[in-house]
Design a protein around this ligand. Sequence first.
Ligand code: PLP
Length: 390
Amino acid sequence: MLKDAIDPLTLQYEFAKRYFREFVSSKKHITAYLEPEKTPTLIMDLEGIKSRYLEVKYHFPQFKVYYAVKANDHYDVLRVLAELGSGFEVASSEELRKVLSFGVRPERIISSNPVKPPDFVDYAHQQGVNRFVVDSYAEVDKIARVAPRARVYVRLVVPNEGSDWPLSKKFGVDVDTALDLLLYAQDRGLIPYGITFHVGSQCNNFRNWLIGIKRAVELWNRARLKGLRLQMLNLGGGLPVKYTYEALRIEDIAYYVRGLLQKFMPSMPHELQIEPGRGIVGDQGIMVCRIIGKAKRGEENWLYIDAGVFNGLAEALGGIRYSFYMEQDGDLKEWTVGGVSCDSMDVIARMVPLPEPEIGDYLYILSAGAYTTVYAAEFNGFPKPEVVCV
Ligand SMILES: *Cc1c(COP(=O)(O)O)cnc(C)c1O
């Protein structure tokens, strides 16, 4: 290997090291928790979550923030956000129950899950939640039946290119269908309320917001011509966090979005909403794991850790690449990181630069605050991560 050339492995490791050092030095209060007895442990920084929420509020001043509960539904995470006055986006009765348990009023809750179980709609309606997304005629019928006179907003489909966790195809409709759905909802006694779209999670492509807003504006204007007075525009989630690269900054996305709204929507909607999940909690969590084994298989160096895709790191299967860090010194090697279970799908990452560890050493996984514990099962008898909120 050319010693002088900066190889990608070293660059990646340096990024992880700098990220870890900055994380720890900006959050001194978590230092005491970095060597837990039990692993895997997810350490969540509640102060960090508060500042992220306030940062989003600051940069999106005209917007109401509805935290997407599915990203991390830990009791303390929801509690601090509830105390700050955040709104919540819920998809299920269980999520709703949790949020209501903090005394959050139903006016602070929406459901943007396009296909909702009827018993959830019923429960939400009984609790006073009355804003629901739709993107199909069957859903309009369901809501009209179970939650008469509710307000409905329609979900547009937008491209998800440049999002590390694309959602395309499962949900969303084109502008023509969206307009028809709103009119249909009105006929069914529901209140056509607004428009939403989702640019894809971990979105690092400004263009997706551009296309989403352009389509929303087209729908907005066409709805007006049909006599519908929509009130609300919801920009969904997608705010990215730092993983193995610097993500788009919230202030830059907010600046861009504000520019688009001013340009295309001279008379602003009465209500603007945003539903970040990952963007609030993703980089406020660090997962501490232990090395449980290593092996050389052919040319490949394998490391095995006590977490895996079934007990916390599911997103590794679908495109999320984490930064891994260990405190040891020593020459870097390229590793394949295997999860704790016996399933051959349980591989967390390939081409991971790390020094040679010993069994029992701690391994740190950065940006583990979103979509980790919420996905975790106890497959093969391996525990879900402990969660420590500090
Ligand atoms: C998951 C989800 C979100 C949150 O997405 P992030 O990319 O985590 O911000 C927001 N809105 C809806 C409808 C979702 O399903």
